[in-house]
Design a protein around this ligand. Sequence first.
Ligand SMILES: Cc1cc2nc3c(=O)[nH]c(=O)nc-3n(C[C@H](O)[C@H](O)[C@H](O)COP(=O)(O)O)c2cc1C
Length: 319
Amino acid sequence: MVVSDMFYCVAPMMGKTDSFFCYLLNLVNKKTLVYTEMMHAESIIRTNILENYNILNNLSNVAIQIAGSDPRRLALAAKKAENYGFNEININCGCPSKRVVSGSFGINLLLNPSLVRECVEEIKNKVSKQVSIKTRIGVDSQTSDNVLDYFLIELNKEYINKYIIHARIAIRGKLNTKDNLSVPSLNYERVFRLKEKFKGNKIIINGGFKNTDYNKEVFKNIDGIMIGREAYKNPWMFNKNINSNDIDKKKKIIYLYLSFLKNNFQKHLFNKNSLLHIQNIFNGYKGAKNWRQKVAIAIQNKDLNDLLKFIDCDNINRI
Ligand SMILES: Cc1cc2nc3c(=O)[nH]c(=O)nc-3n(C[C@H](O)[C@H](O)[C@H](O)COP(=O)(O)O)c2cc1C
């Protein structure tokens, strides 16, 4: 198999990059790095949320994103995640949701690098896996280059090497979480300047990328591109061996995924999200509308047999 370029990875997305989506992505390309949806340190410590990831035999291409701001609790959560086999521990320093902001983590941490340093120090005392940070280029009126530059200067003292930068500022309070993903404009130049200044760091750019066909020359030494919403809509982009003509390969992968789900739901609770991940997967092909309806019915009935038959009977084809 020709694996897709490791330059690209999949962004953490609440309600989207759960264990089932990671499983699906593994079927598309085992080597694509995917970041889990954000999990709070407390829920990692106090619940069995990580057990959801037991469906994956191998977590070597899965990075866990952890939220929180209590150094000891974050370190405890990171240790538990490391024991599960996650390949990278990512700290959320970019989420602007009300809940996160009032809990004093997420994007608030961009303005509190000394606290993030404490967190990283504690985590690094406990785990040996790579620790990375995801943040934005600024917050509210704190948009000068100094803010993010200072953040990196401080965190580099704790030997953080990898930063994922969403190329937008966040606006707390005035914009909701969804609008914070589109209203503040994208500013790639700011991320290029960051890389120019912090050449020794691995800088991954994020925000607004649509596919895995970008010309790397344009990206001025940037070390990688993280893709969120488009990756969810079209995970096929992570395997260059599967193009739009390869409907049979796609059907085979979805068949495998459904067979796995069917088996899984005989032992564990039915999970609606696992099917939502594939509801739009055949968009652009003949039969896509029927497929979407069949998925909705399968969710309602908690029964995957009709979906398996639908794929098997050649109901989805090129237009
Ligand atoms: C539904 C959804 C959920 C998200 N959840 C998270 C999250 O849990 N942690 C995080 O750091 N970013 C989260 N994000 C932001 C994405 O990781 C990414 O930064 C953003 O969508 C911009 O990338 P894109 O334009 O490629 O989608 C979320 C975005 C979406 C659309």
